[in-house]
Structures are given as C-alpha cells and as structure tokens.
Design a protein around this ligand. Sequence first.
Ligand code: PRP
Ligand code: MG
Length: 205
Amino acid sequence: MLNIALPKGRLGDKTYSLFEKIGYKCDELTEDSRKLIFENKEKNIRYLLVKPSDVGIYVEKGAADIGVVGKDILLENVYDIYELLDLNLGICKISVAALSGYKEDTERKLRVATKYVNTAKKYYSSLNRETDIIKLNGSIELAPILGLSDVIVDIVETGNTLKENNLKVINDIEEISARFIANKTSYKFKNEEIKNIEKKLREVI
Ligand code: PRP
Ligand code: MG
C-alpha cells in the first residue's frame, strides 16, 4: 500500500486531477465529504488529505510515502526528502506587496507580515534590510490595511486578492510550483511503484 499525501484546497484539487489522469482514481474523493483518507484497493494506494504546510512532514516521517507540495513550503522549511518532479501546477510567486501609494521609509525597520517567516528573513537579509517580522497564519493582506505592517510577503497567483484589497506587488521573491516528493526510505523499498507513478506523471505534465 502506497500512502499519498495531497494538499487540501486549490492545489490538491489540481493534483488529484493529475493522478486521476494517470489512472489513480478514487471516485469518493471528489464527493462532498469530511473524510480525510481515501483508498483505491485495485491500485493499492491511499490518499491522505493534509494541510498544504503539513505534506512535507508527513512525507519526511514516512506517514506518507509520496506527496505533492508547493515549492513555497519547501523553501520555508527544510525536509529530509527527495524532490522528484516539478509538476508545473499551482504556478504562482512569493512576492512583496504593499498598499498602493506606499513609500518605504528606509530610516526605519521594515515591518513585514507573512506566513513565510524564513523566506522573508532570508530575502531581507540578502538586501541588508532590517525588519520586524510579524508571523500571521492567513488573510495576510489585512496587515498593511490596519497598519500592523508596512508590507506583506505572500503568495500571488491571479493577483485578485491584492487588487480587491487595494494592494500591489513591489517585488517578486521566488517562482513557485507544485513538486512531487518522496520519503527516502520508501523510495528505496517501494522503488518500482514510486518510479512507475513518477514516469506516468512525467508523461502528463
Ligand atoms: C492565498 C495567498 C493569497 C492568495 C493569492 O491565500 O495567501 O492571499 O491566496 O491568490 P490570488 O493572487 O489568486 O488572489 P488563501 O486563499 O490560501 O488564504 P489564506 O492566506 O487566508 O490562508
Ligand atoms: Mg491569503
């Protein structure tokens, strides 16, 4: 049995379609339900629906043999895993954004709201810019509106969230896409099954 960790949400839906395309269907998965685990007995696989930011840890610890995770999560955390494939899905950027009309005061520490604390720290230290990082877990766009921060570091996909909140991109930090990853031990002992999925995925991306 191969355990596959899929990120719940937008990226998970796209990822599941890809697995469906290569023959790893699970009809139940597309039904509206609160279940988090789905099996395809014939293919001998099991899907685990986990928080996007938890996929890496499931795979590192071997609770999942393989998984799909955004590069944003892999840049933010260090996992002892194999990154096998760029799936060219969930393409977006990690960017710096601020209220339109914002002018930076270079004399003061820059207040940065983000869920990507490490990525933001690394970026600003590369610029030798002093910061106060404010860790948030979501709705980051609210921070500059309420004066909690000067800028935000967050994912921009369509740009709609920024636009609808009167924010604009100041700088792009990284290009992001979904990655197919594997647990190192699983890759050794379930090599044939994992390689087979990897090969099929390569053919459809
Ligand atoms: C993500 C991200 C941005 C938005 C970007 O938020 O943090 O806010 O999507 O997408 P867009 O450019 O297409 O608008 P998400 O919806 O995952 O919610 P959260 O940040 O509150 O977790
Ligand atoms: Mg958001």
